[in-house]
Ligand binder design. Structure first.
Ligand code: GDP
Length: 488
């Protein structure tokens, strides 16, 4: 028997409004017992009703509310669903919930409304997951990608792929049914052509996960450099420039400050590190350096900042090589205090400008020395060196452009209308599918028997089906929906 569930669907705490949601076969009957203004049982779906909510035990009015009525199957869960909009006070909400529980509803588990929507076919699994992503979206791109997924963009692409593979799988199974007789219903050439296509799409989706991850979690950018290079000054400038500051939280250790800035819809998480080194023999500094290196290991991007009046290309290259410790991540070289090196003229003019003669020389110098850093992804698109004056806020537009170019240049083109995989679960399933598809392709070239081909294809189909929930287990569903909050 399907139970009727209830939960607060708006955030707890004081607010103008609070919405308590019920879903299930008795949703309307339960609310009707405490809302006597009119007979809710007789009202059609998609209607609103204003009136008092009364505690039938004490006869007291709990709140003046608006009842929104949805009748199955035209509701979020496809069940009878009622939303009670009351005043946003924790006390009132507790009273309303207690009243409804007394009348036969039970408290919903985390994500249970959306789980029911999935089980009743209103959403597939990727769409259900997109609901959680949409609620968590905090940048233009993450919002766009979640919305695309919610609207079924990703699912329809996968379903088309599966549909075509299923056709071949069915033909192979048919061959198996004929057993001994040596028949081939499934055209092997056609199958291998299809495999090339499908594997191309799957690997494209897998590649998009890198961008998906960036969109969802931001680009972790470590700002490193020697003490007094101007790291704090630069970070403050970046945060001040960008009005859409998402959050400003202290890092996990007091050596690190983490701040998030959204540039052009892409979230950058800047990690300001302790100074690189002044005196490497100093024990405390050595700890700072090793921590900085650890952070670099986890980062997507390294922004190496140095004082142009202090360091030359060789020192910069040595510092960067030390920080990277062999890891290949994009590096942005940023020379600071250009005002000291080249004077103050022109610097106060806003926006982009041509580098001055001396700067051009310096940039060329760095370009030549770049090869001294044994690091293949060290090539920086457009310019090898960006000169700024953090204190005066000059050159920041170029720096921001370069940051974005790094993200896009790494194959992370910000095309949010294309299907982008943002979910680790989806990426893992795609990896599984890719491996099984590879096995089918290999089997075809080495002339595997029908049985092996069919088995591998079945596994690939299962992996793809897990993404949309065409194939799902209770464990999988539980692990997905418990990540939701109660009331969703
Ligand atoms: P950090 O140790 O790398 O965090 O460096 P700070 O941000 O604390 O800066 C060190 C010193 O350099 C401070 O006195 C800053 O005012 C100064 N400074 C930072 N940026 C510039 C700049 O662009 N030009 C000049 N002239 N001084 C700067």
């Amino acid at each position: 028997m399907v139970q009727t569930i209830v939960a607060l669907s708006t955030p707890p705490g004081a607010g103008a409004l609070a919405i308590v949601r019920l879903s299930g076969p008795d949703a309307i009957a339960i609310v009707a017992r405490v809302f006597s203004k009119k007979s809710l049982a007789e009202q059609p779906g998609h209607t609103l009703h204003y009136g008092p909510l009364r505690d039938d035990a004490t006869g007291q009015i709990v709140d003046e509310v608006v009842v929104s009525l949805y009748r199955a199957p035209r509701s979020y869960t496809r069940e009878d669903l009622v939303e009670i909009t009351g005043h946003g006070s924790d006390y009132v909400v507790r009273q309303i919930l207690a009243l409804l529980l007394r009348h036969g509803a039970r408290l919903a588990e985390a994500g249970e409304f959306t789980k029911r929507a999935f089980l009743n076919g209103a959403l597939d699994l990727t769409q259900a997951e997109a609901v959680a992503d949409l609620i968590a979206a905090d940048s233009a791109l993450s919002h766009q990608v979640a919305l695309n997924q919610l609207r079924g963009g990703f699912s329809s692409e996968l379903k088309a792929l599966r549909g075509r593979l299923i056709h071949f799988a069915a033909l192979l199974e048919l061959e198996l049914d004929f057993g001994e007789e040596d028949v081939e219903f499934a055209d092997r050439r056609g199958l291998s052509q299809l495999l090339v296509e499908v594997r191309g799409v799957v690997s494209g989706l897998l590649r998009s996960f890198e961008l998906g991850n960036v969109i969802k979690n931001g680009v972790t950018t470590v700002i490193a450099g020697r003490p007094n290079a101007g790291k704090s000054t630069l970070l403050n400038q970046l945060l001040r420039e960008e009005r859409a500051i998402v959050s400003a939280t202290a890092g996990t250790t007091r050596d690190f400050i983490e701040d998030e800035v959204s540039l052009d819809g892409i979230r950058f998480r800047f990690v300001d590190t302790a100074g690189l080194r002044d005196n490497p023999a100093d024990e405390i500094e050595a700890i700072g350096v090793s921590r900085t290196r650890q952070r670099v290991q986890q980062a997507a991007l390294l922004l190496y900042l140095f004082d142009v009046t202090e360091l030359g290309p060789a020192e910069v290259a040595a510092d960067v090589a030390e920080l990277l410790g062999g890891r290949k991540i994009p590096v942005l070289l940023v020379g600071n205090k250009r005002d000291l090196a080249f004077g103050n003229e022109e610097l106060r003019t806003e926006g982009r400008r041509k580098p001055m003669k001396n700067e051009e020389l310096l940039i060329a110098d760095f370009a030549l020395n770049k090869t001294s850093v044994a690091h293949s992804s060290f090539l920086i698109p457009h310019s090898s060196l960006i000169l700024i004056s953090a204190a005066q806020g000059a050159g920041l537009a170029e720096l921001q452009d370069a940051l974005l170019a790094q993200v896009r240049g790494a194959g992370l083109a910000g095309n949010a209308s294309a299907t982008i995989v943002t979910n680790v679960r989806h990426a893992r399933a795609l990896e599984m599918a890719a491996a099984h598809l590879q096995a089918v392709a290999d089997g075809l070239t080495t002339g595997h028997g029908t049985e092996l081909l069919a088995a591998d294809l079945r596994h690939a189909l299962a992996a793809l089906g897990e993404i949309t929930g065409d194939i799902s287990s209770d464990d999988l569903l539980t692990s997905i929906f418990t990540q939701f909050c109660i009331g969703k």
